[in-house]
Design a protein around this ligand. Structure first.
Ligand SMILES: *Cc1c(COP(=O)(O)O)cnc(C)c1O
Length: 372
């Protein structure tokens, strides 16, 4: 039995080793390590990839979300709608801006925001909706954009898991008023360290985020706003340019792993599969998340069979100590809480072979057939 890692970053890096070495050489000889040609070129290339006019590289995905909210002057006294079931960064961005995150429960089939519940959560202080494309599947952006328009709200995509995913053919990153991306190494488009970006068609927003990421400084030692230090560095930008060229092929590879799972696991009792791609949504398949009532038992049994799994995420933000002050007790957001006990992420990645996927599926079959 072969050990299957959750994501083989070593193999992924090895595949690009020569190009990364060349990228390092370019940066070394340029003599510039911040806000230079590599960052500009990556911003151009990633904007074109997403189908938007502007891309601004920043330090990480959390900052990308935070700086957009700041640029929109969303802050104290404002409310921002966020999913109840997301990585905590979505909430932290709102809190760091000084606004209040207002959690909305998901559609349990897609794990994404439920538009009807979003509409019900809008109040006089609501300024924006953050739509997370969770696990890589695009959120229902038509309905959310319609709600945002009718209520005069900004619509921000948290596209940290959705590089290259499409909604009705349009890429994530081009579906809201702005989008935030993360290039954390494990993401579909990952750097060799932290990185992030904002994409938008709005030139005013792009200029504002450019200011905010660099001390509020349009030229050295002139400061027009109280900005931050959150720049994408030249080296990460150079690495990302290389990875971007492989993104569509990597996503196609992930999609084929997902298809194998969806086919091989379709009749396993007690297992809920993620929705397949359809005419609306084409996932980036950042994660392949199943649900099982005895999730922890399944994870342990898979580990014993050499299959590594992870949980995204074991505790929803409102049940974290960090958000104790919100006073949301156990049971306050029952869907997010139940999903947190049931979700399990199977291995998926661009270096997995069909045989690897078949081995994972066979292990899941083996475990659930013997416990059913
Ligand atoms: C990874 C992630 C982030 C944060 O990105 P960082 O680059 O780690 O700051 C935000 N939102 C979601 C949904 C993520 O998965």
């Amino acid at each position: 039995m072969r050990e299957l890692p959750f994501l083989d970053l070593r193999a992924l890096n090895q595949r690009h080793a020569a190009a990364y070495a060349a990228a390092l050489e370019r940066v070394l000889t340029s003599g510039r390590v911040l806000l230079g040609e590599e960052t500009e070129a990556f911003e151009r290339e990633f904007a074109r990839y997403c189908g938007v006019r502007h891309c601004v590289g920043v330090g990480n995905g959390l900052d990308a979300l935070h700086l957009v909210l700041r640029a929109w002057e969303i802050g104290a006294g404002d409310e921002v709608i966020v999913p109840s079931n997301t990585f905590i960064a979505t909430w932290l961005a709102v809190s760091h801006a000084g606004a209040r995150p207002v959690p909305v429960e998901p559609d349990p089939r897609t794990h994404n925001l439920d538009p009807a519940r979003v509409e019900a959560a809008i109040g006089p202080r609501t300024r924006a909706i953050v739509a997370v494309h969770l696990y890589g599947r695009p959120a229902p952006m038509d309905a959310l954009a319609d709600i945002a328009r009718r209520h005069g709200l900004k619509l921000l995509e948290d596209a940290a898991q959705a590089h290259g995913a499409r909604w009705h053919g349009t890429r994530c990153g081009a579906l809201g008023d702005a989008a935030a991306f993360s290039f954390y190494p494990g993401k579909n488009l990952g750097a060799l360290g932290d990185g992030g970006a904002v994409t938008t068609d709005d030139p005013v927003l792009a200029a504002r985020v450019s200011l905010l990421r660099n001390y509020g400084s349009p030229v050295k030692y002139r400061h027009e706003v109280q900005g931050f230090n959150s720049r994408l560095d030249e080296l990460q930008a150079a690495f990302l340019r290389e990875r971007l060229r492989a993104l569509d092929a990597d996503n196609a590879w992930r999609t084929s792993v997902a298809r194998i799972y969806l086919q091989a696991l379709r009749d396993v009792p007690g297992l809920v599969l993620p929705p397949a791609d359809d005419t609306q949504a084409r996932s980036s398949w950042h994660l392949f998340v199943v649900r099982a009532s005895d999730r922890d038992g399944l994870a342990r049994a898979l580990e014993a069979r050499g299959v590594a799994t992870l949980v995204h995420y074991p505790t929803p933000p409102h049940r974290q100590v960090a958000y104790a002050a919100l006073g949301l007790a156990a049971g306050a957001l029952p869907l997010a809480e139940r999903l947190a006990t049931e979700v399990l992420s199977l291995p998926i990645g661009p270096t997995m072979t069909d045989d690897d996927a078949a081995q994972v599926a066979a292990a899941v079959h083996d475990v659930l057939a013997t416990t059913a």
